[in-house]
Design a protein around this ligand. Sequence first.
Ligand code: PEP
Ligand code: MG
Length: 383
Amino acid sequence: MGIPVLGRVRSLRGAIRDGDLLLLDADGGHVTARPLPAVVDAFEARFAKSKERQAAYAKLRDVEPFTRCGTRITVMMNAGLRDDMPGLALTGADGVGLFRTEFQFLVSATLPARERQTRLYRDVLDAAGDKPVVFRTVDIGGDKVLPYLRHNGGETEENPAMGWRALRVALERGGLLKVQARSLLEAAGGRTLNVMFPMVTEPWEFDAARDVFESQLAYLKSQKKLLPEAIRYGAMLEVPALAEQLDVLAPKLSFLSIGTNDLTQFLFAADRANPKLAERYDWLSPAILRFLKRVLQGVAGHTVDVTVCGEMGGRRLEALALLGIGIRRLSITPASVGPIKELVRKIDLDEISTAMNGWLMAPPPSLRQALIEWAEQRGIDCD
Ligand code: PEP
Ligand code: MG
């Protein structure tokens, strides 16, 4: 929706009073309370520059993101509400690479009825027209608690991010997934349904979730309902353990979506919601990039589309690194689509992959710094 949001700001509420002027720079991650006039002037100058940039990005809306060397990069957007869908036309994104279906569950006082779900999914597909939409089945639990859906026994979890959430909930509460499967299959009657399962940890979980969809499909068939023309099943790679069994899973997948938000917190054992750790671990760490590279190697030889759909892909320097290790598909916040398209057009993939290979083989003291210098030397703006 393009609304700037800043989170994890410690003790802000105690520092501001009613009527205070606040300068909010969500891109830079700063908020200034009661700024001096000189700070306001500097902020306004930067704001004007950022508006200029936005206008330049808007011009790229209908321009396809080809690299300098001629490779088409797929740049999709993430969404979760009907109201996000106009973002497709506004940004020129290639589709919705992650539709977070849990949002409708979070804003509802009770489990959304099947008809309501079907209406939402159909509206989303209608709004997308020819562009693909990847629906992720509910990712609730963890920090997305539903008061009307409690853990058996109702006990609170010590580590909710690693607890009873996402596909684990959906498989245990089979009725929930069944209703969602039927709604998605009905909504996609006559078109392609792209569906993916969050937090897959072991291949059997993917199989079990797909079976729920297949049995709902058989039911709809028996009822002579209009079926999807095709169903493409995918998994999210957010739990590192799954990377060790990609050889088992890959033959069953149409696509794999790497959720770097959760993946990073699990790789580093660092809670993504803990402000104390926010600065400590870097997405441009060789640990993450080497890991992602091995994931790409793990699915090589299979016809699996690999997308990065975490926030990492929407930052230019991080996107540059991802292109350098071989990622060709990104799904990012709508506001990042323009900046990433602009970046893509300036990149020569051979050049960046040679540099990345060298850095990953013998990591420099700061890979971030090395990338910044690399981009600066080529006049590529990665702010
Ligand atoms: C992720 O974990 O990277 C992801 C895209 O899922 P979410 O942010 O919704 O957990
Ligand atoms: Mg996630």
